[in-house]
Design a protein around this ligand. Structure first.
Ligand SMILES: *Cc1c(COP(=O)(O)O)cnc(C)c1O
Length: 219
């Protein structure tokens, strides 16, 4: 199947309230263009430099999402154009995003990444760290960022029950915090689900899925 056909097939099966992020990391511009020509406007990348090169070359109505782990010193390269940063997991990083957003006279939308997997290596805040961050004074003073939701990655396992439990856990944290009234935090997006588990994620309440290999092929 072509990229176009795979994309359209996945898209047509998604509920209306679920946003598809086409994860195009490592893929050439020609592949992104094929997806773009099939109507895709939201692309996800995990390296700031690669995303910036693609942003320079691609049409300007694309929404670029940073889904990877972020190095503080590279935030400035994406600050002029990034539309959503998924993997934010520290106040220090938020402060840098805020600083660069201010320089660009923008408010940058971010998702806080929550650690839900068993693996030690997956980044993210735990539930207590999330709450500490949201109620802190330093957080309230960040006027050029907005927390619009949460993001998480399940354990890499074939055990569907475990993945389901982890997604349900993230959904429960989302529900607990979604009525918080803080100026720069209004949770409406729950980013969970990749090629292998997005249907399960949607059944657990995901509103944004990040799909790469099922659209563009293996990497
Ligand atoms: C690569 C990546 C994806 C997409 O993974 P696929 O299995 O190719 O769909 C989703 N989310 C994050 C954070 C990624 O790094």
């Amino acid at each position: 199947m072509s990229i176009k056909d795979k994309l359209l097939k996945i898209k047509s099966a998604l509920p209306e309230h679920v946003t598809l992020v086409a994860v195009s990391k490592t893929k050439p511009i020609s592949d992104l263009t094929e997806a773009y020509n099939a109507g895709q406007r939201v692309f996800g990348e995990n390296k700031i430099q690669e995303m910036t090169e693609k942003w320079e070359q691609m049409p300007k109505d694309i929404h670029w999402h940073m889904i990877g782990h972020i190095q503080t010193n590279k935030v400035k390269f994406m600050a002029p154009y990034v539309s959503l940063i998924h993997g934010v997991d520290s106040l220090k990083l938020l402060e840098e995003i805020n600083k660069q957003a201010l320089k660009n006279n923008r408010i940058i939308d971010c998702l806080l990444q929550i650690h839900i997997a068993e693996e030690e290596t997956k980044f993210g805040l735990n539930e207590d760290e999330l709450e500490d961050l949201l109620v802190s004074e330093s957080f309230k003073n960040l006027k050029n960022i907005k927390i619009v939701g949460l993001m998480g990655m399940a354990t890499f396992t074939s055990n569907q029950n475990q993945i389901k439990k982890e997604f349900e856990y993230l959904k429960s944290i989302f529900d607990t915090n979604k009525s918080l009234s803080i100026v720069n935090c209004d949770l409406s997006i729950l980013s969970m689900g990749m090629s292998g588990d997005y249907q399960l994620a949607i059944s657990c309440g995901s509103t944004m899925v990040r799909i790469g290999s099922s659209i563009f092929g293996g990497r």
